[in-house]
Unconditional design. Structure first.
Length: 127
């Protein structure tokens, strides 16, 4: 009975660590988009992320500092934006992002910012 309980505990711990089955390292840096048709381009290094977008013919850039918490989780802190109306985040706000699943050049993510859960898919563009 004791061995069964230890075995079940070990299995539950392993199943909770789904990040080990996701290849997050290939998504740490590079150029990304939200979809093939998206006009938003994201350039990420180990420590920074810049999001380039257009609206009504104007170019906008949001800059974030990136801090990797573990292999599949990072914090993105908004440090600069030129959006006249701002974004859903204010300067200094952080979003903790977790990569949930990956397949080929795409990954599913979820993040929490200002108490609001956000989810999405990112596509890594060809290098």
């Amino acid at each position: 009975m004791k061995k069964v309980l230890i075995g079940l505990a070990a299995l539950s711990l392993l199943s909770c660590q789904n990040n080990d089955t996701v290849n997050c390292s290939k998504f740490k840096t590079g150029e990304f988009s939200f979809s093939e048709k998206s006009k938003v381009r994201i350039l990420r290094t180990e420590t920074t992320q810049k999001e380039y977008s257009q609206k009504s013919g104007e170019d906008f850039i949001d800059e974030y500092s990136i801090n990797w918490i573990d292999s599949c989780t990072y914090s993105a802190k908004l440090v600069k934006t030129n959006h006249p109306e701002g974004t859903s985040m204010s300067i200094g706000d952080s979003m903790v992002v977790t990569i949930l699943r990956s397949k080929d050049n795409k990954y599913e993510w979820q993040g929490m910012v200002n108490g609001e859960m956000k989810k999405g898919v990112m596509i890594k563009l060809e290098e």
